[in-house]
Write a protein that binds this ligand. Structure first.
Ligand code: FAD
Ligand code: MLT
Ligand code: ZN
Length: 475
């Protein structure tokens, strides 16, 4: 069980009774799941390393139903684990013990879309990729994109403040989310579902729930600003001879591509090897120590192609890049993106994965990977680095045949102290969940952690929402 690897003790919440099940059945008839097979899927996380033992999964359709469920749980002292697409990377999306799983899977309706402003209002359980299709047909795109798009829910994205592949261009959900509807722990509905770009009336309460990982309230609806669909998209996949060249290519890129640059991602040679070995995706360029993926998005194909050609000429001419290929049509662009997006999947086929997601000054970015490779030697199967270089966000992953406490001991707290010494973040975009909750202190001072606990106590005095997650145990 999870509690062996992550030492936590069950708190004295009530246990779901027959009466509770009957009460849920009255609120959401036919949508109270107790079938062990269906529960198994919802009890285990995407990485298959955290497992709860919940006996009940609830599938509400409306905000009112969520409110009734939480009111009942509050009265009965029952703990609740909000769940979206269950693609989270830090064990936050599944119960630790027998918490009730509250799924947003049936809350999948678009509420409104305005085709002048591009503002979408929808329920929290809409799948990101489906929303992207919906707005694309209307001339817009979602301001975020990630490898899990086919499964993750917009509510889960907001709850984790997911970053992803479009962050460089469209920024954080803290800017693009305009409003939220949230059900609080006692069942109160907080309606902050406005669609205003500007609104300085009092404190911006929605920000509290963005990135709160289901610990402060259940997000039931989201209002989000969508940018216009770019008319021209190009993807260049390039090989670089060293990490210094990757950094120089990034600078050159910003200078020459300017406002049309929409993504700058990187991966090392070991990532490419694993993507080839486990997913049988062919390497599109000559073998190199590093690869970068540069995307441009703009309104004029001719203008963008001219700029991209200028960048490539300069980068190839000066040896920053040794080989490259460009996708100007959708299918080639997608196949180049797959090499980067599917690294997570390839790693999961390689064995047990120790995942780190850090923000670092870009100059020191790859030193952590090289340091660890030297430190771990043959104890690790693979040590890989990839990620959102344009946002200073490194994904450092270590694979091994199986979980081992010795290897964990060599990795932690080493990775965290290394990161803290650079004033980096020990969780750039995945959040803390269960797995990382005890490392919050590496990136936030005690005063901040204390204030977080006070906010938690204010909004969820009984601690019913996603217990054991995000915040470290009280000092
Ligand atoms: P879940 O995994 O179900 O839940 C995540 C957390 O949010 C949990 O703590 C849960 O309790 C809470 N939660 C979910 N829904 C609600 C709600 N309605 N109200 C309140 N709390 C809620 N992340 C990135 O930031 N960038 C990436 O590029 C990226 N790529 C990924 C690629 C792959 C292949 C995978 C598997 C994951 C990736 N992720 C990435 C992880 C990312 O956190 C999730 O994919 C996504 O944001 C979570 O959405 P979800 O609906 O699956 O939420
Ligand atoms: C990514 O950028 O691919 C995701 O954040 C998932 C991961 O870190 O593996
Ligand atoms: Zn990422």
């Amino acid at each position: 069980p999870t509690s062996e690897r992550y030492p936590v003790q069950r708190l004295p919440f009530s246990v779901v009774s027959e009466e509770d099940l009957a009460a849920f059945e009255r609120i959401i008839p036919g949508r109270v799941i107790t079938d062990p097979e269906e529960l198994e899927v919802a009890n285990v996380d995407w990485l298959r390393t955290v497992r709860g033992c919940s006996k009940v999964l609830l599938r509400p359709r409306t905000t009112e139903e969520v409110s009734h469920i939480l009111r009942h749980c509050h009265q009965r002292n029952l703990a609740v684990n909000p769940q979206g697409g269950n693609t989270g990377m830090v064990g936050g999306s599944v119960p630790v013990f027998d918490e009730i799983i509250l799924s947003t899977a049936l809350m999948n309706q678009v509420i409104s879309f305005h085709d002048v402003s591009g503002i979408l209002v929808c329920q929290a359980g809409c799948v990101l990729e489906e929303l992207n299709h919906y707005v694309q047909e209307r001339g817009f795109i979602m301001p975020l994109d990630l490898g899990a798009k086919g499964s993750c829910h917009i509510g889960g994205n907001v709850a984790t403040n997911a970053g992803g592949l479009r962050f460089l261009r469209y920024g954080s959900l803290r800017g693009t989310v305009l409003g939220l509807e949230v059900v609080l722990a006692d069942g109160t509905v907080l309606d902050c579902l406005t669609s205003l770009r500007k609104d300085n009336t009092g404190y911006d309460l929605k920000q509290l729930f963005i990135g709160s990982e289901g610990t402060l309230g259940v997000i039931t609806a989201v209002s989000i600003s969508c940018p216009p669909r770019p008319k021209a998209v190009n993807v260049a996949f390039l090989g670089c001879p060293g990490f210094a060249e990757v950094l120089q290519a990034f600078s050159t890129c910003k200078g020459t591509l300017g406002e049309i640059l929409s993504a700058f991602e990187f991966m090392d040679a070991e990532c490419m090897q694993l993507v080839g070995q486990h997913l049988h995706l062919a390497r599109p360029v000559r073998e190199s120590p590093f690869y970068i993926l540069v995307e441009t998005s703009g309104s004029s194909a001719e203008h963008d192609a001219e700029k991209l050609d200028g960048f490539l000429e300069q980068a190839l001419g000066s040896g920053l890049v040794t080989d490259g290929t460009v996708g100007t049509d959708q299918s080639k662009a997608q196949s180049l993106w797959a090499l980067r997006e599917r690294i997570t999947e390839a790693l999961s086929h390689d064995g047990y994965v120790f995942k780190y997601d850090v923000s670092l000054p870009v100059e020191r970015f790859y030193d952590l990977v090289s340091d660890l490779r030297a430190r771990l030697g043959p104890r690790a199967k693979h040590v890989v680095g990839y990620g959102h270089l344009g946002d200073g966000n490194l994904h450092l992953n270590v694979t091994a045949e199986a979980f081992s406490t010795a290897l964990l001991g060599a990795l932690e707290p080493y990775v965290y102290t290394w990161t803290a010494a650079q004033r980096g973040s020990v969780s750039a975009e995945h959040g803390l969940g269960l797995r990382k909750k005890d490392v919050l202190g590496y990136s936030k001072p005690p005063t901040a952690v204390q204030l977080m606990w006070q906010l938690k106590a204010l909004l969820d005095p009984r601690g019913l929402l996603n217990p054991y997650k995000t915040l470290p145990a009280h000092a």
